[in-house]
Design a binder for this molecule. Sequence first.
Ligand code: KG4
Ligand code: ZN
Length: 368
Amino acid sequence: MRILGIESSCDETGVALVDASGSATPRLLGHALHSQIEMHQAYGGVVPELASRDHIRRVLPLTDAVLAQAGLPLRAVDAIAYTRGPGLAGALLVGSGVACALGFALGKPVIGVHHLEGHLLSPFLSADPPEFPFVALLVSGGHSQLMRVDGVGRYELLGETIDDAAGEAFDKSAKLLGLPYPGGPALSRLAQQGDAQAYKFPRPLLHSGDLDFSFAGLKTAVLTQVKRLAHAHPDGPATLHLADPLSAQQKADVAASVQAAIVEVLVKKAFMAIRRTGLRRLVVAGGVGANALLREQLGAACAQAGVRVHYPELHLCTDNGAMIALAGGMRAQAGLAAVDAAEAGGYPFDVKPRWPLADLRLPSALTG
Ligand code: KG4
Ligand code: ZN
């Protein structure tokens, strides 16, 4: 059973092929990615229309490249998985349209995959794959969630952000410091030269007693601090060059301090989830999972508590086709893909730009 996976929810076009034969963890046969970061950088963020047009240009050449890597013809593909949502509607429609067209032409089924399920399962492609059940800390550009994962399709939301995602907090703070999009990696690089104790930023909802996050206030605190250092008027606007008067050291100190605040909240809440569920396994996924400080602090805390922590391979932390092919493969192995396909009927060519992972319930046929 070979599954082709297509990811096009935002600013990366990803295509991959996995072998999901039998019940073994799917194996990656080929994987290709085109990042649009450079194209969007001029605008300081993703321009949805440009993203869709670029996905159209990239998806078939990437598919050819993946098949060439795997040494297989297109007809060797048994099913096509694509990101059905959440994400940018136009961008999602490209992946969905191509998947349905390929599926129809080959007479093979399509599997509409939830993007976050892809992130969640992505550590199964790593050299140290997890076992169910586990707690998942899902931290991407648009989502910050803690989930209890008991198996493929068995996800229970434990807590989530009530406003900005952790990735957004990184990106917005980076923008205030004049760093290029996407801000997370740039901010964490700058933070290496900074003093994390220099400024005391809030740790939102740290003591709220629940597993929810809130990062919107952090961006305001960073804005206030940058204005203070730049001697700008406290009520003035957040302009593009606001941080220009800051010294390189001041910028690095702000970066290190805000990173420390985000990471502390993520680590403490992840551990609260571990304590509440009694589980001894943690999976960290999504773009922010690539953050070195987060990995260092979670690693230390997990070692001390005797908790196993699993990550996707570093290059599979951010968006990619491999995680979509993998999720499609694991859903097929669990018997879920067939049920999904029967529900959707043929080649649905539809997308779900807003799609809470909690809505991804097990079909009644399988819950018994
Ligand atoms: O999962 P992802 O690729 O896309 C979404 O599904 O949203 O996550 C992208 C997010 C961006 O906010 C980016 O700034 C952040 O992940 N990110 C990082 C790092 N690498 C990517 N944040 C902090 N440190 C990093 N090293
Ligand atoms: Zn993502």
